[in-house]
Design a protein. Structure first.
Length: 282
């Protein structure tokens, strides 16, 4: 890439000001745009058709990630070379990586998720920490879940910390937002999905569920608040309330770790002989 000077020198540029405002939820909702920072997120956004709108990059980052700049331009995004001060002004991280993208919202209507008849779903009910939300989304993606649902009591999917914590998984699988937990559970049950609430005080043990062979069918895991878990009225909606067994002396598992254990347990059971993703399926 030829040596060039930054074209957006002042943080007071209208384009820079518009990008900076997307760090706030009300502006994100109004514009239906959000920020994706760093090479991994920007690369994933560029590869997700119609998502990446604009890209701000320092000269150094544009040279280092010339392939990403090319992918962004191929995707139709406007690319702006900017000073480090401009990137720092837009970025929500302490140490920006020189690339900040502006992306269109990409959440999926809940009805479309139901129509696809998913076999493994993560439902985030009352999850307030954006880092946890993004990490659970990443875990769901890694475990092969077909969808994630954030209830109306959960954090904003497009919070910059949630986007960063998803490490690109936000662009990989359908995510529905703002769905009341009662509607999420009822809709999934109507499509034949078994609802399991993950709770440290659950009556059912995850190991026992696996041993009984009850986890091979379509499943949705409901995960609750980081501090106080799931309220009783939400637990009552589930077919079973399941705890991850603690075999050592640890007091508990954090939300993201417990979610990873639960989702992978379901994924393994579904891929075992007789599960809904048995080896007889192509």
């Amino acid at each position: 890439m030829p040596s060039v000077s930054p074209e957006l020198i002042s943080p007071r540029s209208p384009r820079v000001s518009a990008a900076r405002r997307l760090g706030k939820r009300n502006f994100r909702g109004k514009e239906r745009l959000f920020l994706a920072e760093g090479p991994q997120a920007v690369r994933e956004a560029a590869g997700h058709d119609g998502t990446l709108v604009e890209l701000f990059a320092t000269v150094e980052a544009a040279e280092r990630y010339a392939d990403i700049i090319g992918e962004a331009r191929t995707a139709g995004a406007r690319v702006h070379l900017a000073s480090e001060d401009v990137i720092a002004d837009i970025s929500t991280t302490v140490t920006p990586q020189g690339l900040v993208g502006i992306c269109r919202f990409l959440d999926t209507p809940f009805e479309e998720i139901l129509a696809a008849r998913p076999k493994l779903v993560a439902v985030l009910a009352h999850v307030r920490d954006p880092g946890n939300a993004g990490t659970v989304l990443r875990c769901a993606d890694a475990a092969g879940a077909e969808a994630v649902v954030l209830t109306d009591a959960s954090v904003d999917l497009y919070n910059p910390k949630a986007v960063r914590a998803s490490v690109g998984s936000l662009f990989h699988l359908p995510v529905a937002v703002g769905v009341p937990v009662e509607r999420a559970v009822a809709g999934l049950k109507d499509t034949g999905v078994r609802i399991l609430a993950a709770d440290g005080a659950g009556n059912d043990d995850l190991d026992d569920e696996l041993d009984k062979g009850t986890m091979g069918g379509p499943t949705a895991w409901v995960f609750g608040n980081e501090a106080w878990g799931l309220p009783e009225e939400t637990r009552a909606l589930a077919d079973a309330v399941v705890r991850v067994p603690i075999h050592g002396k640890a007091e508990s598992l954090n939300l993201a770790t417990a979610a990873a254990v639960c989702l992978y347990a379901s994924a393994r059971a579904q891929r075992a002989f007789g599960g809904c993703r048995s080896v007889t399926e192509s």
